[in-house]
Every structure is written in C-alpha cells, then in structure tokens.
Design a protein around this ligand. Structure first.
Ligand code: FAD
Length: 323
C-alpha cells in the first residue's frame, strides 16, 4: 500500500467539484491507514480545506497564487511538480476532467512514470493496487496494476462514491509556496457559454437528445424533463451538427464522457461513437421509434414510439411523483 497518496482537488466557480471528493475516496481506498494529502490550487481557496478533511483527507496543502485562479497548463504543471517534489508521494490521483486530462500526461512525462488514465474503480490486493478502466469505447474493462515508480491515475467522474462527510474528522491544513514563472498563457476573462444548471459531466440524471428531436424547439421538452428530474441536458453529435444545440452538450467519443445514475436517450440511434460517452451509465432508458435501433442494445428500458408523444407523458408523470 502506498504510504502517502497525493490527490489534486478540482475547484469550479469557488466550489469543490464532486469528483474531488471521489478522488479523495479513491485515495482513502488505496492508502488504508496511511496518509491521504489533498492539494488545493487557486486564489483564496483555503476555506475549502475543511470539506476535504471531512470527506477523508488527512492533510490539506493549499497552494495560493493568483496565477492558479483559473486552470492553465503551465501554471498548474509548475505548481503540481513543485508539490510532488516536496512531498514525494507514492501515489498521485486526480480527476479525469478537462484539466486532469490535459495535466496528467505532462506530469507523468516529467516524473518519468506511467499513467492509468480514466479509471472507474480501484482495489487493493495484498501489495498490489489494481485499477479498472474502460477500453474499446466502453465495450470492455481492463485491470491494470502499477509495478514500478509512482502510482499515478486519473478517475472518471461519478464512479467512485465519495465518503460521507464526517464533520468530526480533523486534520492539518498548511500552505505550500509555489513559484510560477514564464507563463505562455494568461487568462484575462472567462466567458461562459451555458448559464447555470447542473454540470453535465457530474450530473446524476441526463436527458440527451439526438437528431430525432428535429429542431432546437424540439429540445425544449427535454429541458423541462431535466428540470423536473433535477438533471442536465446532453446531446448526440447528430443533434449538435444539425445546430439543435451547442457542442458543449455533445456526449461521446469526441464529446463528454458521462456516467449518470439515469441516462434518457431521446431520438438517438446509438452509434458506437455516442455509446463511447454514455454506455457506463447506471440505468439507460432509450426512446426511439425504430425498434431495431442499436441504442436499444445498451438500454435497460426501451420505449419504442414517438418521442413527441412519450416525453410529454414522462414530464406529466414525473411531475406527479416529484411534486
Ligand atoms: P441519427 O443516427 O440520425 O439517429 C436519429 C434517431 O432518432 C434514429 O434512430 C431515429 O429512429 C430516431 N427518431 C427519429 N424521429 C423520431 C421520433 N419522432 N421519435 C423517436 N425516435 C425518433 N456521435 C456522438 O453522438 N458523439 C460523439 O462524440 C461522436 N463522435 C464521432 C467521432 C467520429 C470520428 C465520427 C466519425 C463520428 C462521431 N459521432 C459522434 C457521430 C456518430 O457516428 C453518429 O453520426 C451520431 O451519433 C448520430 O446522431 P443521432 O443518433 O442523433 O442521429
């Protein structure tokens, strides 16, 4: 078992992302009684330390620097490498999010380590730490263990359950000085494309629309259903290409990878590239008028029929149970 696990926590709009707690839970799983250290990078973020301790970290390191306010490759790479050098962890974990996917291979190269990317589970068997990760666009899973050097992995959101918050847990919080120089990118302003709502990559419920929805107006009932269920709206590339919605909603091989508890695919045929982004969802409901549609091969519940009739009925029925 690693004696020290360092977990990079991720912050979005001043809040810890849920996947940060999931990565801490993964760290706890592999550290056993050994130390889990969480690293917070940002500007005025130390208030978040307690939450990480309540969710399983033994110690929190806070790297405060105005250049860490927003994620940039250069700044985060420099900060993380300096902390790794100071702390010498045996294992390094981070979320498999856009920043995590960008950062992890660069850190692995600098550390001359391997990288288990996009893990969905981890277990310890004797001295071995074994990760599970999807392969072939989610059609199969492989088990990988790290036999040499730093154990380094990124975790897909919504797979490892976070530990329940325990406010009686206590731990140390300290600051760590990091020097950040020679930035090739400076973020002047962040312009959000979507406003409010549930973050698609961490949503527990996703209503995804495809080309079968036929128009941007056709997406409106999907937003209503998502609202009723407290979920987020996603889309196939077919729907994005047809300009029914923004590409930020695209799910799949070249879009977001999601693992919600409930995925409702509406008017989506189920191309392999779409399945690559959602087939690990815990419960899949598909609505399609074509009974032979491949989406039904991965669906737990198949509703064959016209989406324009079925979605309003679902809204009506779910409103009754969620009221
Ligand atoms: P279609 O395949 O056109 O399916 C529409 C479905 O709606 C049909 O099954 C039809 O029966 C149903 N339908 C129509 N009307 C109704 C109705 N009234 N009621 C009920 N059902 C109805 N795709 C992705 O989604 N994500 C990706 O990340 C992605 N990456 C790609 C990467 C590459 C390199 C390539 C080559 C392709 C990629 N694609 C991706 C595209 C993918 O191959 C499909 O073209 C796309 O997923 C199809 O979108 P769709 O299911 O919405 O449309």
């Amino acid at each position: 078992m690693p004696e020290k696990v360092l977990v990079l926590a991720e912050i979005s709009e001043g809040e810890l992302r849920n996947v940060s707690y999931e990565a801490v839970a993964a760290g706890r799983k592999i550290a056993g009684d050994n130390e889990v250290v969480a690293l917070l990078c940002g500007d005025s973020v130390s208030d978040l330390s307690e939450n990480l301790i309540h969710h399983g970290a033994d110690r929190v390191l806070v790297a405060e620097n105005e250049n860490l306010k927003n994620y940039t490759t250069d700044a985060y790479k420099q900060a993380l490498l300096q902390v790794v050098e100071k702390e010498s962890p045996d294992a390094l974990l981070m979320p498999h999010t856009s920043p995590g996917k960008d950062l992890a291979p660069r850190i692995a190269t600098k550390l001359n380590s391997g990288l288990v990317s996009d893990a969905v589970d981890v277990e310890v068997d004797g001295d071995e730490v074994i990760f599970t990760r999807p392969i072939y666009s989610g059609k199969a899973f492989e088990k990988k263990s790290v036999t040499d050097g730093v154990i380094f992995a990124t975790f897909r959101p919504n797979n490892i359950p976070p530990l329940e918050a325990d406010s009686s847990r206590s731990g140390d919080t300290g600051t760590v000085d990091v020097e950040i120089n020679d930035l090739r990118t400076v973020i002047k302003d962040v312009v959000k494309k979507t406003s409010g709502g549930v973050d698609l990559s961490e949503a527990n419920v996703i209503i995804a629309g495809g080309r079968g929805v036929k128009s941007a107006e056709g997406f409106e009932p999907l937003y209503e259903l998502a609202d009723v269920l407290g979920g987020a709206v996603g889309a196939s590339r077919g729907a994005c290409d047809a300009e029914y919605c923004d590409y930020s909603l695209q799910i799949g091989q070249t879009g977001k990878v999601v693992t919600p508890d409930l995925y409702i695919a509406v008017g989506i045929s189920g191309a392999i590239q779409h399945l690559a982004g959602m087939s690990s969802s815990k419960c899949i409901v598909a609505i399609n008028k074509d009974a032979e549609s491949p989406i039904f091969d991965v669906a737990d519940y198949s509703l064959t029929g016209d989406l324009f009739e079925i979605v309003p009925l679902l809204i009506e029925e779910f409103k009754k149970v969620t009221a």
